[in-house]
Design a protein around this ligand. Sequence first.
Ligand SMILES: Nc1nc2c(ncn2[C@@H]2O[C@H](COP(=O)(O)OP(=O)(O)OP(=O)(O)O)[C@@H](O)[C@H]2O)c(=O)[nH]1
Ligand SMILES: [Mg+2]
Length: 242
Amino acid sequence: MCATCGCGPESHHHHGHDHHHASGKKIVEVEKDILHENNLLAQRNRGFFEGRNILALNLVSSPGSGKTSLLERTLTDMKGELSFAVIEGDQQTTNDADRIHATGTKVTQINTGKGCHLDAHMVLHAVQGMKLEADSVLFIENVGNLVCPAMFDLGEQERVVVISVTEGEDKPLKYPDMFHSSTLCIINKIDLLPYVRFDVEKAKQYARQVNPSLEIIELSCTSGEGMQLWYEWLKSKVLQPA
Ligand SMILES: Nc1nc2c(ncn2[C@@H]2O[C@H](COP(=O)(O)OP(=O)(O)OP(=O)(O)O)[C@@H](O)[C@H]2O)c(=O)[nH]1
Ligand SMILES: [Mg+2]
């Protein structure tokens, strides 16, 4: 049961259905309030980022798909080309922030405790303490979870969903909200394709079934194959200094 978005079994039962019970109605109202407040703060974050020409990207995936690995390699390979900062979201530990710190990049860790997603307020609070540079890229690594982070706009310009070839190609069909709300899907760990049953073409077909305009890049953070395509995508999104 998630303490912050109320996505436990009871409220889940009511998602997207008719609500006949008084208790169910209340849950829906609370959910609406939480999301409404979040959206207002997300707009505030977006204005802040736009005003400083900061490209904010929200990285989402199930746990272990390779978000931090992608960032580690990107921050190392693109050092000197673009200016970066990172917000790390996890329930516990500073493991990911430590890995990012080791690349020499400015990083803030948010621990959500029992929460299963970042929200706009957490990002606002982190950003206030970060002294972000203008004309830079801010990566926000969300808590590993393909469900709840889909509902929470952080004020990002783009959402990037990462799946890896060990997860099964049906993920876009099972967790459509995440793929529907993303602009780029990274299929990671392609170095493992010889060892696992994963049909890349089917995965792409399912992802586009959910979101026809979704861009898709296949890569491996370990071997480096395909990373160049990701770097080109990233550079294409960075706005030119005003
Ligand atoms: N073979 C292979 N392993 C990878 C690749 N990318 C990441 N891994 C491994 O996958 C595991 C998880 O990687 P992380 O980068 O920590 O994944 P994450 O999405 O940040 O995980 P959470 O933050 O816990 O959600 C690690 O053991 C990585 O070494 C890849 O391209 N190929
Ligand atoms: Mg991580």
